[in-house]
Design a protein around this ligand. Structure first.
Ligand code: HEC
Ligand code: HEC
Ligand code: HEC
Length: 432
């Protein structure tokens, strides 16, 4: 095809005009003004009852989990958060004026929580889960603000983020938000009761359960239409909280309440990995709100159908599994049976049998490998715990153990690609 030089020039200048207009539009969209600093509000100006309510809401939002470094002061930030795009450091959200949010007006705070924009106008990374916090009511945000502004002020500046090249440029985030941030409020469902709707409001908003349990696309946005179908968090798999959850015994509203409030359930094992911090927070939340969350999640898991309660699984193919894999059986006897074997004392302490553990039923062996490498801390600091085995077992031994526990405690097909899963789980565990 022949293209005249004039036509080519016209086409190119057309494209550049479009590019200039596009750039101008982008700059206009990206630009967020600074919100003027205020004098730090007097603690006494906040109503005590509101502060108390804010404390409970901040607990639901896990603010303390992400905004406290290991061994650091609460809410002072600097906790490293590994993401597929590099490491981010959380900010200082104590009311320190120089390094925290002491100078932030409530308007500035609300904008950060709902639109992911800092007081100075720069865009924030969605590691602060504003995709969910955007659904929180102004009244509730007011209470969280009151709670934070009445904490101890701590002077601490977070280290610079370590992101893959290019992504450190914050204006890019405006484009991300255009695609993935939906600033809507949670619509109550009039066909459901108040408790269910309270659960929905908390789960979709402050509790941001979907932040881990919903799969994300390559750009790190939550996939629309796949809500709660299972995601990843800090090297662990966050299992589906829908009918696709593979648990061997049914999750009921009561077992969910128990798991969320205490960190373990007799028929479902303990919350390990990043879920442990979530349940630690929920253990401090009032019972009616934890119950509301469990009502809503139970509904999601059974798609509104009344759940058919299956008995807790009691699969234990000990003999057959040992015949198939004597190396794994031997390792299990030495390292695990004292706690997970038949008649082990732990069974009398309301601890689940490995036959009920979702980790062994998932198609992906990652969580079981992570549990062996990192251990499982005692839920709420009480009762038996599992020590980390990263320093005691080689990758080869963990592969044998995983093959063995899968065949002994489940009726699911053998895991494939065990070697590579264990290698990458160890890499993740070491990076933390
Ligand atoms: C999953 C981890 C996570 C949770 C949960 C979380 N944050 Fe953050 N937050 C971050 C990270 C990371 C940043 C820094 C983002 C950046 O640098 O762009 C941040 C930034 C902020 C900022 C901006 C601070 C500044 O100096 O710019 C505020 C305000 C904030 N968070 C408040 C909260 C509150 C309130 C809660 C609880 C309701 C909360 N965050 C829960 C990770 C989290
Ligand atoms: C920071 C990421 C993260 C957040 C936020 C989170 N979860 Fe989880 N969740 C996980 C991971 C990872 C697991 C797997 C834990 C394990 O294997 O022990 C898990 C496990 C669970 C399980 C057990 C599933 C099973 O079959 O064993 C339930 C139920 C659950 N989460 C509910 C919730 C609810 C409800 C919320 C919101 C209140 C929530 N999660 C928020 C990461 C998260
Ligand atoms: C000192 C006791 C102890 C030993 C030894 C031990 N575990 Fe555990 N394990 C636990 C406890 C406690 C839990 C949490 C169970 C609960 O609270 O319901 C657990 C949970 C698990 C889970 C489920 C993790 C989750 O996310 O829910 C797996 C898988 C597991 N253990 C495998 C093993 C294997 C394999 C070995 C041997 C290498 C082993 N354990 C050794 C105490 C132990």
């Amino acid at each position: 095809m022949h293209v005249s030089r004039r036509a080519l020039v016209r086409a190119i200048s057309g494209v550049s005009v479009l590019a200039v207009v596009g750039l101008a539009a982008a700059v206009w969209f990206v630009y967020e003004p600074e919100i003027a600093p205020i004098a730090r509000p007097d603690k006494a100006s906040f109503d005590e009852a509101v502060v108390k309510r804010g404390e409970q809401l901040a607990t639901v939002g896990d603010c303390i989990v992400c905004h406290t470094a290991d061994g650091g002061k609460p809410f002072a930030g600097s906790r490293p958060l590994p993401t597929p795009f590099g490491t981010l450091y959380s900010g200082n959200i104590t009311p320190d004026e120089a390094t925290g949010i002491g100078h932030w007006s409530e308007t500035a705070f609300d904008r950060a929580m709902k639109q992911g924009v800092a007081r100075d106008g720069s865009n924030l990374y969605p590691a602060l889960p504003y995709e969910h916090f955007t659904h929180v009511t102004d009244d509730d945000l007011h209470a969280v603000y009151a709670f934070l502004m009445t904490r101890e002020a701590v002077s601490l500046t977070a280290p610079a983020n370590k992101l893959i090249p290019g992504l450190g440029f914050r204006p890019l985030l405006a484009g991300w938000k255009l695609l993935f941030l939906h600033e809507t409020s949670v619509q109550p469902d009039p066909s459901q009761n108040a408790e269910w709707n309270r659960g929905k409001y908390l789960v979709e908003g402050l509790a941001h359960c979907g932040g881990c349990h919903t799969p994300r696309n390559v750009a790190g946005g939550e996939e629309l239409g796949s809500e709660f179908e299972g995601g990843v968090a800090e090297g662990w798999v966050a299992p589906a909280l829908t009918a696709r959850n593979p648990s061997a015994s049914t999750w009921t509203q009561a077992s969910l309440f128990n798991y969320l409030k205490t960190g373990s359930d007799e028929n479902h094992s303990a919350a390990a990995g990043p879920m442990a911090a979530v349940t630690e927070g929920l253990s401090r939340l009032n019972d009616p709100d934890v119950k509301a969350i469990s009502v809503y999640i139970a509904y999601k898991m059974h798609e509104g159908e009344p759940s058919v309660i299956s008995d807790p699984s009691t699969i234990d193919n000990a003999t057959q599994a040992a015949n198939e894999n004597s190396v794994g059986a031997h390792l299990f006897q030495g390292a695990c049976a004292g706690c997970h074997g038949i008649g082990a004392p732990m069974a009398d302490q309301a601890r689940a049998s490995l036959s009920t553990v979702t980790d062994l039923k998932l198609n992906d062996p990652t969580n079981a490998a992570m549990a062996i490498l990192q251990g499982v801390s005692a839920p709420s600091g009480k009762g038996p715990y599992m020590p980390p085995f990263a320093g005691n077992l080689t990758d080869k031994e963990i592969v044998e153990l995983l093959a063995y526990v899968r065949s002994r405690f489940t009726a699911s097909p053998a895991w494939t690609k065990l070697e590579s899963s264990v290698t990458s789980a160890r890499r993740e565990a070491q990076a933390q």
